[in-house]
Design a binder for this molecule. Structure first.
Ligand SMILES: Cc1cc2nc3c(=O)[nH]c(=O)nc-3n(C[C@H](O)[C@H](O)[C@H](O)COP(=O)(O)OP(=O)(O)OC[C@H]3O[C@@H](n4cnc5c(N)ncnc54)[C@H](O)[C@@H]3O)c2cc1C
Length: 228
């Protein structure tokens, strides 16, 4: 199936929001949190990479949030796409989805790991889901979708947005350090034990899972997606 690039927006240095449409379909259904696979021909070899959908279901459109990986095989090619060009995609897949929307949840993301959470937040918050988002990046300028997330926190009192920065500048007044440092505080925003969803690179995901296991979390309460 082909997807056509309809617009892009730079979110931070080396991070871009991409909007695609699927021209052969009126509808492109998926469950928030799922990913699409993009196939590229690289030196006559077919290479496939997964990308979490960053938008809520919306007709035949979907959005991605991509980091350009230096020397990467596929991500630099996607950054080089011109508007109107097509990529080859497969049907959305994956189990990194909101399992129990009625239960309180903590989302833990670093970098473009925010993508599936944006999709989940856009569709679950209007239905009343109770969520705390702990989002870690290096620099304040790397806080992807910051304005939008702050607006969501204003609009939905049951949503708490906790950004944290490892390399703050003099203007940053919020929490400092890795997401691991603030996990306890994020968990304590809920009166009962929340489900925890984690998305980002392996090292962070494994660290957070280890802390949760030590705290006695049941495996079923921890849902994660690793990008590498
Ligand atoms: C389920 C799933 C969902 C994903 N969703 C997203 C997404 O929404 N946005 C996104 O930007 N990426 C996402 N990824 C990562 C993506 O699939 C690719 O791995 C990434 O774009 C690198 O591919 P590449 O061909 O450019 O680099 P490759 O040629 O595969 O080289 C990657 C090398 O760079 C390292 N690396 C450094 N930074 C990253 C990074 N951020 N991700 C992966 N590898 C890294 C890897 O360890 C590896 O050695 C997802 C991965 C999975 C499995």
């Amino acid at each position: 199936m082909k997807a056509r690039l309809v617009s892009t927006r730079d979110l931070a240095p080396e991070v871009r929001h991409f909007e695609f449409e699927v021209p052969e379909r009126d509808d492109f259904p998926f469950t928030p949190g799922q990913f699409v696979s993009i196939k590229e021909d690289v030196a006559r070899r077919e290479v496939t990479r997964a990308y979490s959908i960053a938008s809520a279901p919306d007709g035949n459109r979907f959005a991605l949030c991509l980091n350009r990986v230096q020397e990467g095989l596929v991500s630099p090619r996607l950054f080089a796409l011109a508007l109107g060009q097509h990529v080859e995609i497969q049907e959305p897949l994956g189990y990194f989805t909101l399992r129990h929307p009625e239960r309180p949840a903590v989302f833990v993301a670093t970098g473009t790991g925010i993508a599936p959470f944006r999709s989940m937040l856009l569709s679950a918050l209007p239905k009343g889901a109770v969520i705390t988002l702990l989002f870690g990046v290096r620099y304040a300028r790397g806080l992807l979708y910051r304005e939008e997330l702050e607006e969501m926190a204003q609009r939905y009192p049951q949503f708490r947005f906790m950004p944290t920065i490892t390399r703050p500048d003099e203007f940053w007044q919020g929490p400092v350090g890795r997401v691991q440092t603030h996990l306890e505080t994020a968990l304590a925003t809920h009166a009962s034990t929340p489900d925890v969803y984690i998305c980002g690179l392996k090292e962070m995901v494994d660290d957070v899972r280890a802390v949760l296991k030590q705290k006695g979390f049941d495996r079923k309460q921890i849902v994660y997606e690793k990008y590498d």
